[in-house]
Design a protein around this ligand. Structure first.
Ligand code: PEP
Length: 253
């Protein structure tokens, strides 16, 4: 049985007060309402880490994550946050290779290899994002594009390390646009990703990897997307900022 995961990516949103309110609401709703064996990850801006961790308290199914980490362990890198720092604040996950990081901060597949290594060395589970821009989807080369992202960043990992990775497939044309991939488009790509992993690491290992869908996922479409056999959860942007919507998405399993 693969882990079912719903991760919220707050991006650069939320004052201290708003972050505390959002976290408390989510923690309370998850306590009060039945949630089907889903691992929940909150990925706030770094400075919220301590508050969010405290508010999660002893909830056994909610975890703290980062939205990024440095490719270096420490040193003179002003403005950066390392994997050891994140881990020291009690984080368990870190989103790596989000398309916004790739586009605005020019993160390459090679750089992401180093970030993944840093995360793994410090006990953080990478939520590794991949996904194609619209022109690649329209050209019909999206599967090759995504497979290359995975090969270049991750296929140097040992089996023992690869097994710890979570993949998030996020078609760029669906992020924050309100345009969700159809559940068939998500399933096709997730199956292609799993087959690609199997071609390198074997079917048994590929069957253990959770592959999340991200891109305008909301309460009204989550159930349909999560019902697909190779979709193991979601990476949620906009809808993770509304406690009711986020918890309704979690309850869509
Ligand atoms: C994201 O940025 O990871 C994301 C999926 O955003 P949204 O849900 O807002 O499309």
């Amino acid at each position: 049985m693969r882990k079912k995961i719903v991760a919220g990516n707050w991006k650069m949103n939320g004052t201290q007060e708003e972050g505390q309110k959002l976290t408390s609401e989510i923690v309370n709703m998850v306590k009060d309402e039945p949630v089907n064996d889903v691992t929940i990850v909150l990925n706030p801006p770094f400075v919220h880490a301590s508050n969010v961790k405290k508010l999660i308290g002893d909830a056994s199914n909610i975890f703290l994550g980062g939205q990024n980490c440095s490719d270096k362990a420490s040193g003179a890198f002003t403005g950066e946050v390392s994997a050891p720092i994140l881990a020291s604040f009690g984080a368990s996950y870190v989103i790596l290779g989000h398309s916004e990081r790739r586009e605005y901060f020019k993160e390459s597949n090679e750089l992401l290899t180093e970030k993944v290594k840093q995360a793994l060395e410090n006990g953080l589970t990478p939520i590794f994002c991949c996904g194609e821009p619209l022109e690649i989807r329209e050209a019909g080369t999206h599967e090759a594009y995504v497979k290359d992202q995975l090969t270049e960043s991750l296929f140097g990992l040992s089996e023992a390390d690869f097994e710890k990775i979570v993949i998030a497939y996020e078609p760029i044309w669906a992020i924050g646009t309100g345009k969700t991939a159809t559940s068939e488009q998500a399933q096709d790509m997730h199956a292609a990703i799993r087959a690609h992993i199997a071609s390198k690491y074997g079917q048994e290992l590929a069957d253990k990897i959770s592959i999340l869908y991200g891109g305008s996922c909301k309460p009204s479409n989550a159930q349909e997307i999560f019902s697909k056999p190779d979709v193991d959860g979601g990476l949620i942007g906009g809808a993770s900022l509304k406690s009711r919507d986020f918890v309704d998405i979690i309850k869509s399993f």
